[in-house]
Design a protein around this ligand. Structure first.
Ligand code: C5P
Length: 264
């Protein structure tokens, strides 16, 4: 069994701690390594996680992970959705790169989800490090009930999230991604067994949605934390702020206040 000193020797840190910075991931949604490096430099020490998404990973690849990893935990948000073998191989590769959290689509089905979790465990064991958390994306925060109807989902977003949460639990997935509006539902439905990752926060410390913003099922970070979210994901409100570090610090303060409200 791994001991705390083994973990420390391998440079491993727990995904979440009481420090509110460990509950905030900044989405590095930028098109070049240079832009990502500049944001990382400005935000280093202010946040506990950097999220590398499809855009940055497509352009830069593993180098984006290596640079971010020197300053924080890394969340690879490539949202894999493919046949189980392909997803398993991709998850193994990402695990070897040293990511701490990564996403797959819950809609990929039970076998795909199970394959992802098993691949993370096996690749991590082979590399002698803890497995990354696999998070199943439920319903994208940009989708409303009308969008869902167009892709054949008859019920509400909340109903579909509930269905996918049950599937994630059945497949042994340790975490889900859900909008701030469905955090309480997930917490209650999973009896606290799932870590909850929450993008799409707006309002509160970071202000209302900017024009052209595509998030539909948003709420404040404080609301999401009070409802039981483990990790707030924030992109544009921080990365496009005149001073990204102070925007991040404001959001961390909001998260910390919401946590102490919970603890009280
Ligand atoms: O700029 P903004 O704060 O809207 O960024 C949210 C980030 O979270 C984006 O990188 C987006 O890809 C991601 N995300 C999301 N909804 C999900 C899963 C991830 O918005 N369901």
């Amino acid at each position: 069994m791994e001991t705390a000193s083994d973990d420390a020797q391998q440079g491993w840190v727990a995904p979440f701690e009481s420090d509110p910075r460990t509950h905030l991931a900044v989405a590095l949604d930028v098109p070049t390594l240079q832009a990502a490096t500049e944001l990382i430099r400005r935000l280093s020490g202010a946040v506990g996680w950097f999220k590398v998404g499809a855009e940055l990973f497509t352009v830069v690849g593993p180098e984006a992970i290596h640079v971010a990893k020197q300053h924080a935990r890394v969340f690879l948000d490539t949202k894999y959705h493919d046949i189980p073998t392909t997803v398993a191989r991709s998850v193994s590769a990402a695990t070897r790169l040293g990511v701490d959290l990564m996403t797959v689509h819950a809609g990929g089905g039970r076998n795909m989800l199970r394959a992802a979790v098993e691949a993370a465990g096996e690749a991590a064991a082979a590399a002698g490090r803890p497995a990354p958390l696999i998070a199943a994306v439920t319903v994208l925060t940009s989708l409303g009930d009308t969008d869902l109807k167009e892709v054949g989902v008859a019920g509400s977003a909340a109903d579909h999230v509930a269905r996918l949460v049950d599937l994630a639990l059945a497949a042994g997935v340790p975490a889900v991604v859900t909008s701030p509006r469905e955090v309480a539902l997930v917490r209650q439905r999973s009896a606290g067994k799932l870590r909850i990752v929450t993008p799409g926060v707006r309002g509160g410390a970071i202000g209302a949605a900017a024009p052209g913003d595509d998030q539909k099922r948003s709420a404040t970070a404080a609301d999401a934390i009070r409802a039981g979210s483990d990790l707030i994901v924030c992109g544009r409100p921080i990365t496009q702020a005149a001073d990204p570090a102070s925007a991040a610090q404001e959001l961390v303060r909001e998260i910390g206040q919401a946590q102490s409200g919970i603890d009280a």
